[in-house]
Design a protein around this ligand. Sequence first.
Ligand code: ATP
Length: 518
Amino acid sequence: MQEDLFKRLVSHCKEYGFIYPSSEVYDGLGGVYDYGPMGAELKNNIKEYWWKAMVQMHENIVGLDSAIFMHPKIWKASGHVDAFNDPLVDNKDSKKRYRADQLIEGEVDKIEGKLEKEVEKARKKFGESFDEALYRQTNTRVVEYAEKARTIEMRLAEAMKANDMAGLKNLIDELEIADPDSGSRNWTEVRQFNLMFSTQMSNIAGEDGKLYLRPETAQGIFVNFSNVQKTTRQKIPFGIAQIGKAFRNEIVARQFIFRMREFEQMEMQYFIRPGSEDQWYEYWKAKRIAWHKAVSPAAKLRFKDHDNLAHYAKAAVDIQFEFPFGFKELEGIHSRSDFDLRSHQELSGKKIQYFDPEINESYVPYVVETSVGCDRMFLAILTNSLIEEQVPDAQGEDSTRTVLSLPHALAPIKCAILPLLKNKDELTDKAREVYERLRFHFQCQYDEKDAIGRRYRRQDAIGTPYCVTIDFETLEDNTVTLRDRDSMLQQRVHIDQLAAIVTEKTDMRKLLERIYQE
Ligand code: ATP
């Protein structure tokens, strides 16, 4: 684990106003975080990137903003009341709580780590002539590790599928898994734990008033399928996209914003004709990975098929990202068959169908879903962007610069406007004038505090792609220096050109175009 990067990232988020622990004055609330001024901007930009790529760029995808509170029967029909569980295990000595499946997956990660070490050793030993594929197939130790990891994965998947809690406990005992914190192997039995939060609402006819905070946004889309289809007159295939909060009472929420108890999802349900699901599943896999590749290096992304399919899924794959703590799920793509619409049709007694004029038939549509966590996307983007580099300072000496090399369109502030000196009214007045003009075009920040070099560094640290400096020459000819965050090069440009130059470089259009170049 790149612990160092992860620690730096968490403290950078706090220091520069991206993310604060929730309720910090009361010592925090586990698995809940607040987005600060910079974080709110970055998160909004990530959402805009997703929304535009999905809704604006597809004439057959429309948006929705459904309520968090929904009729409790929805969660019965969806299977969440009965099956949205994680296996919980407590360590009797440390009193720490774990997800049994994650403890076992951790063991698999360890074995895979050993395997990769062997491969690396061999690569160094054999140099140029190293045939990696052959080595992986034939080296006894590597083959043993691979088989062991696979066997554990299969046994885990089987036990999860069969809800076999005793089977999970056996695996923990057999593998002699110890509490990562205390080293103790003194475990309780494994038991199911439902992840939904509940609250009360008075006056729900025929119910005891128990409501759930939605654990996913998808169900709001399913129960509105007929409304949206009729009011937009969309023909199948078409999609409904939604961004919104979801809540899960996660057993373990210790990886910053990777696993939270309140988080945000960006989900799209694509309604299709039964029988076409495999084709659309492949289509959406390709589309979604292209969206990620436009903002993350390809080497940090990979597909991982599910061994253990959720109760609704016919096929499922994760897009994993290499976070500082390893490759983990960033997005899920699921072929959900007609499970959800059919369940709602059955439990509500209302027809949820589509008449397909092309084949003259009514049916319950099938669904392919794409579901990405906004917060995990935020963490992925920061992981890619936080860089420390050595650059010469004003005296030509080496100094460390921290820069957040965010894709321009995602940067919280697009352009900072900086008077060279603070105590010269003619400079600050002129700088204010430039700020007043540019703020109509994009998010700007005016800053006059501290020496210019320090202000540049502050803007680098929050990822601002451009800094405009107003100096004495500006007063004579209306030109300013425009500094580029990544190259640190400065060019002299006329004030009248600023809006066009910065817009051209930072517009969301740029990112959208990159998706289609992938
Ligand atoms: P995991 O296996 O990591 O618990 P999941 O398979 O339960 O995730 P899904 O139900 O497929 O996740 O949810 C879709 C997306 O929502 C995930 O890919 C992830 O990006 C995001 N997500 C899910 N749970 C959380 C959480 N607790 N905190 C932040 N994001 C989450």
